[in-house]
Design a binder for this molecule. Structure first.
Ligand code: TRP
Length: 324
């Protein structure tokens, strides 16, 4: 069964996969050193990420789920009848289930994710629970252009981009993503997007540096994955997780810091680290309601409605494509 579904999946990530070595070497030989966050999500990474979303310090998922649960009837009014809901970076289907429950006229669900394992599993469960819904998974790196399944072509499209994942893009890449999503979703499209709001640094810092060390494990898994996949010899105990809010740039920065001067072999190359030198692994930009609306307007979208949680930590923003 799973093999059949896997064969039916459109695999758009094959080229991205083959550049893993090239991306890693380019990042580790750059100054400052960096690694692409898209490589966080192997099977272990996807599981650790699910664990992050349940941490007491990590308020984002809880806040967003609360908004979706409480405001689903309002939100569902923006979904046209017989439309296709396209989720960018679907992971677990917990969030979309709240929308599907409130909008039974959605005809197709197109989850797009780089982690095929999770996609297959969640697609099977959704088909079981929503027998009339066409579940059309696409394995793709949604930061790159990809095509939507032909089976959804005639339907109006609604994009769903939860989790403040847009915050993991540089602002100009976030704008490019919004423009490309608008072109792909087509005339009349709506986009529903989750935004983590600017707030007190102590709350932000705790969310990305939890007491149980799960986020640290998630970050360090990148090195474990490079060891496994690229014949490298990173000593995971010789690096530590660093996460802090950079208020000037309104972003959380995540790094892996070398605990000592050391030399690592990756893909036949030698990479030297100074003590304290870091590999920058990810940013998580925070927006205000106003700064996000400005970004959306500059990228071809019109803000039509927004729903914050009662604490004002998180925002679900609805956008309509501007030129139609
Ligand atoms: N987009 C979410 C955020 O920025 C989830 C996320 C992506 C995340 N990468 C992460 C959370 C790394 C913790 C660590 O919070």
């Amino acid at each position: 069964m799973a093999a059949q579904i896997q064969a039916a999946l459109r695999y758009e990530g094959a080229e991205a996969g083959s550049s893993f070595a090239g991306d890693v070497i380019a990042g580790l030989t750059a100054r400052p050193k960096r690694l692409s966050p898209k490589y966080f999500y192997d099977e272990t990474g996807a599981q650790l990420f699910e664990a992050i979303t349940a941490l007491p310090e990590y308020y984002l998922t809880r806040c967003e789920l609360e908004i979706l649960r409480e405001r689903a009837p309002d939100i569902a009014r923006f979904f046209p009848a017989d439309s296709a809901l396209v989720e960018f970076g679907s992971g677990s289907s917990k969030k979309v289930r709240m929308l599907l429950a409130a909008a039974p006229t959605i005809a197709a669900y197109v989850p797009v994710d780089i982690s095929s394992q999770m996609l297959i599993q969640e697609a099977e469960e959704l088909r079981r629970d929503h027998p009339r819904l066409a579940v059309l998974p696409v394995v793709a790196d949604f930061t790159q252009p990809f095509s939507l399944p032909a089976a959804a072509a005639g339907m109006p499209h609604t994009g769903f981009f939860p989790g403040s994942t847009i915050g993991n893009f540089e602002p100009h890449d976030a704008a490019a993503f919004l423009r490309h999503a608008g072109r792909m979703l087509g005339p009349g499209a709506t986009l529903l997007i989750g935004i983590d709001l600017v707030k007190d640094a102590s709350i932000l810092n705790a969310a990305y540096d939890d007491a149980a060390g799960v986020t640290a494990k998630f970050n360090l898994n990148l090195l474990a994955r490079i060891n496994r996949g690229l014949d490298a010899d990173f000593d995971l105990d010789a690096f530590c997780h660093q996460a802090f809010y950079n208020s000037e740039r309104a972003r959380i920065e995540m790094h892996l810091a070398s605990r000592k001067r050391q030399r690592v072999r990756v893909c036949g190359r030698v990479i030297d680290f100074r003590a304290g030198e870091t590999i920058h692994t990810e940013n998580s930009y925070k927006y205000t309601a106003a700064s996000f609306k400005a970004l959306a307007r500059g990228s071809g979208w019109v803000p039509v409605a927004a729903w914050p949680d009662p604490q004002g930590y998180f925002l679900v923003q609805a956008l309509a494509r501007g030129d139609d």
